[in-house]
Design a binder for this molecule. Sequence first.
Ligand SMILES: O=C(O)C1=C[C@@H](OP(=O)(O)O)[C@@H](O)[C@H](O)C1
Ligand SMILES: C=C(OP(=O)(O)O)C(=O)O
Length: 433
Amino acid sequence: MSMDLAVADVRTEPATAPRALTARIPGSKSITNRALLLAAAASGTTRLDGPLDSEDTVAFRKALTDLGVKVETGPDAWLVHGTGRAPTGPARIWCADAGTAARFLPVLAAAGRGEFLFEGSEQLTGRPLGPLVKALAELGAEVRPGAGGGLPLTIDARGLTGGELLLDASTSSQYLTGLLLSAPLMREPLTIAVNGLVSRPYVAMTLALMRSFGAEVTILTCRQGGSVRVEPGGYTGRTLRIEPDASTASYFFAAAAVTGTRVTVPHLGRDSLQGDLRFVEVLAKAGAEVEVGADATTVTGTGPLRGGFEVDMGDISDTFMTLAAVAPLADAPITVRGIGHARLKESDRIAAVAGNLRALGIQVEDGPDRLTVHPGRPAAGTIACHRDHRIAMAFSVLGLRVPGLVLDDPRCVGKTFPGFHEELRRLFGEQAR
Ligand SMILES: O=C(O)C1=C[C@@H](OP(=O)(O)O)[C@@H](O)[C@H](O)C1
Ligand SMILES: C=C(OP(=O)(O)O)C(=O)O
């Protein structure tokens, strides 16, 4: 199935006050999956209000169910009955396409007992897991990766003692998050020193959520770099309201910037746990008006996008495609750097963005960890999504300004927002030609 993205023909310079829109953004994937794991390991019951219901979180929840955790689901809240300990095998766990499942759950299993087999889609099996496998082996776990060094992964678990580790987090922060989340279930403290951490705000999110479930965590810094120490002691269940997903919100904020409208996302404000909310600072560089309030964020498009800048998006790399896809509409080139690790996600995202823009006639230069997009008039064409939800969503925003853009796989957005196209059309559809 393919889908025509030309839902709008929108002027960039509004003649009157910009149209004010409120986007309905579903819950954060990263918070939902962390909270599911923390709640499963906790003693007592946890209530998650506003969790994300998408392929990644359903896969994570189902994996926990297969590990013996009871989860009750309703339309607006999930109840997780914590076991107060790590799981007992045997169990066979399907991680689907979810990097968070493949990087977080094997550590939980290794802290338990029995045999566990982790498998995933072809896409996920192709993604790296090496630093986590190495760390688990150093902690004394019996781990056997698949032929490519990652999934399918077998673990013969006898519990984990803890100790000291040096972790390479230069390709993904998810290895560090995985080790941290299950550290309170180990017999002794775990101290992890980290080399080259990417996606840093995700680790701050991990630590904040661990603390909110009762864990004792100390951040130690020295001249050589940073390390984190986690005490044993488990978790205690709680009630948690999950914020709207800031990475998902980026598409709607960018849509405001390129259509001269005003988009507000309620309940996503300055206390957000999500680094990706900082995407709005990048839009401000490109000339949009941005207000990050106590409990909402609003972006207003003020005219043509301003280019002529270079920005490091290494901490917020899930949002670089949102900027890059609309960058041809700017009045000067835009360069994004620090995003080498984005080549290791659902697709090689630098190659996917560059390839699609070039196919639309846009001049692009790319390097190992950077991309420069030149101004131009994108032609109509078919976007190759590479089964990557974020490529589909980012180019859908460009589709608000470029008639005749078609996605080759519109439904891949289900990984994090199954209702994405419907919401984009609800907000911008009446401007369709
Ligand atoms: O911890 C998390 O929830 C995530 C961390 C990031 O991955 P990397 O640390 O691999 O960059 C991000 O891209 C992913 O969507 C979610
Ligand atoms: C990289 C992503 O997902 P994950 O690594 O959690 O599969 C993403 O959602 O953009």
